[in-house]
Ligand binder design. Structure first.
Ligand code: SF4
Length: 447
């Protein structure tokens, strides 16, 4: 927990001069506590107060960025143990291990397979984040060639894995512009690795034997001026991973224990391809910031990306599509007009059934704040008035020559009022989307 507004207020100058944009120092303190403004807005804070307030206002888990540009991976800065308490902010990065002991052909094939792991689900593109090149062969040329291939054949973020800081330095002469994660800093090499991280301004992965050693390492490294850290533990069984990740999150959030307040990195040990998926799923749920896998079959990755998409969706903001006219197939002025809500899952279910019917149709999505049909109706977000207004605002009248609209069967009760409000004839469609194809095929011509 950060400081309360009153605790912050004690350290402010109490001039009430309004230069920060707030009428009083207390009002400013309240906004600071809610993390809505920056301390720098007050020009009169003393150095001593700055030190206290800035360290207290830092997030309990640091935000760390790997890579650059629009593909960069941001991990950490989580604020809750459970999603329903608020939301989870930074989706787990999913990466793949490539050992440099493979042949160049094998490496290239694997990179190409990883690049193709992109899917569209409920209107969003979901894809993987990272390739981790490991210096397994103990051969410098092999490592450098593998890094070069990853750089030239993929836009994904990179992690460079070697305990040899000198070898990493050579690889960084090729890869530094991509701002890779370098890993692992251990009790044997942390000074050199910290130096490398500082020199190139790179995130540094730290590996400890247990949480105690890990906490000591991160403290030592941060005293060397490196704070973009990602933490991990040596190879463990899934149960220990789960316990340690939970303990780490708890210590960081509940006890504000800074030495473990960093994003976490886990390697999936798996055993067989099915176990790998299960293990990665557990780690995505609890609480790995980055998961590195070996298997990269689409059937393994799609369920994991789906799981991640669901867990990292704000529970208070359902996935929504735009409220508008959607055309399915080659529509014309006689095409049926269906209405539904703008909840993504509802819309895409309806859309796929309309597509399956092979009857070109318009689907009008009404703004129901992303709620499904029955919930929106019960919450008075999907009413005769709002549907009538959407019919008018979207301009569907200019696209069709008829005046008939099909509403979901669950809200048949709206028919009469909707006819009155809109002047359109209302047809009641099926309750379930699965009934749409046969309903549309049997639809008599529209008037
Ligand atoms: S600028 Fe500083 S001193 Fe002035 S009102 Fe704001 S917080 Fe108080």
């Amino acid at each position: 927990m950060g400081l309360s507004g009153l605790e912050i207020y004690k350290h402010l100058p109490k001039k009430n001069c309004k230069e920060c944009g707030f009428p009083t120092c207390l009002a400013f303190a309240m906004q600071l506590a809610a993390k809505k403004v920056d301390l720098s807005k007050c020009p009169y804070v003393t150095e001593e107060a700055k030190e206290i307030l800035e360290s207290a206002s830092q997030p309990p888990i640091k935000l760390v960025t790997i890579g650059t540009g629009e593909n960069k991976l941001e991990v950490g800065k989580e604020t809750v143990m459970f999603r329903h308490e608020e939301t989870f902010y930074h989706p787990t990065g999913i990466g793949f291990l490539i050992e440099d002991s493979l042949t160049l052909e094998e490496i290239e094939k694997r990179i190409s397979e990883i690049n193709q792991l992109k899917f569209t689900r409920v209107g969003q593109e979901i894809s993987v984040d990272l390739i981790a090149i490991e210096a397994k062969s103990k051969n410098k040329e092999n490592f450098l060639k593998a890094v070069n291939l990853a750089l030239s054949k993929s836009k994904l973020n990179l992690a460079l894995i070697s305990g040899d800081p000198q070898l990493l330095k050579e690889a960084l002469s090729l890869a530094k512009e991509r701002r890779p994660l370098i890993y692992p800093a251990t009790s044997d090499n942390f000074k050199e690795m910290a130096q490398l991280s500082k020199e190139y301004n790179l995130p540094l992965g730290v590996r400890g034997k247990d949480l105690e050693e890990l906490a000591k390492l991160t403290s030592d490294i941060s005293s060397l001026g490196v704070s973009d850290l990602v933490i991990s533990l040596e190879e463990e069984k899934l149960l220990s991973k789960l316990q340690n990740l939970t303990q780490t999150r708890r210590l960081a959030l509940r006890k504000l224990y800074r030495p473990l307040g960093y994003p976490t990195l886990s390697f999936v040990s798996g055993g067989n391809p099915y176990q790998e998926v299960i293990e990665a799923g557990v780690l995505i749920c609890k609480y790995s910031s980055i998961v590195i896998m070996k298997g990269c079959e689409p059937w393994q990755i799609l369920p994991l990306l789906t799981l991640r998409q669901n867990i990292f969706t704000d529970p208070q903001k359902p996935l929504q599509v735009e409220a508008k006219i959607n055309e399915v197939g080659k529509v014309d002025d006689k095409s049926p007009v269906l209405v539904t809500t703008n909840f993504s899952l509802t819309y895409f279910t309806v859309e796929s059934e309309v597509e399956a019917s092979k009857i070109p149709s318009y689907i009008i999505t009404c703004n129901a704040e992303g709620l499904s049909v029955l919930t929106a109706w019960a919450a008075e977000k999907f009413t005769a008035e709002s549907i009538a207004k959407t019919l008018k605002d979207t301009g569907i009248e200019e696209k069709v020559s008829h005046r008939e609209v099909i509403i979901p069967g669950y809200v048949a009760v709206l028919s009469g009022k909707l006819e009155e409000e809109s002047g359109w004839k209302v047809r009641v469609g099926p309750k379930e989307a699965s009934g749409i194809p046969s309903y549309l095929k049997n639809l008599k011509s529209l008037s």
